[in-house]
Design a protein around this ligand. Sequence first.
Ligand SMILES: [Zn+2]
Length: 107
Amino acid sequence: MTKFHNYNAEDVVDVKPAECCETCQEQLDAVQQELGAYANAVHSLFGTVASMRAMEIWLALGESVDAPLTDRYPNWRKITIQAADKLVAMMTKDVGSTRSEVDTDGQ
Ligand SMILES: [Zn+2]
């Protein structure tokens, strides 16, 4: 089993085939499927801005050295769960800051 490699956000966005090996192609396919499903779900629930942010979070987690692994490869499903968690925390924080601004104006 080779180390997970040659992987970056551009590969996902461009959806170009992996040139190095079949395993990388399988990982690319898995990423497109997982990230695509996640982005679509967020888009249908919260709209375009939220889905863009969701993808940024997901890709950042996927590229992180702390990404959860299974058999030395990133566990994309776990990354999706972590990304959803972060997105919710971020959106909740946004709502909180907006509210505090309103409260401040009201005083
Ligand atoms: Zn490869």
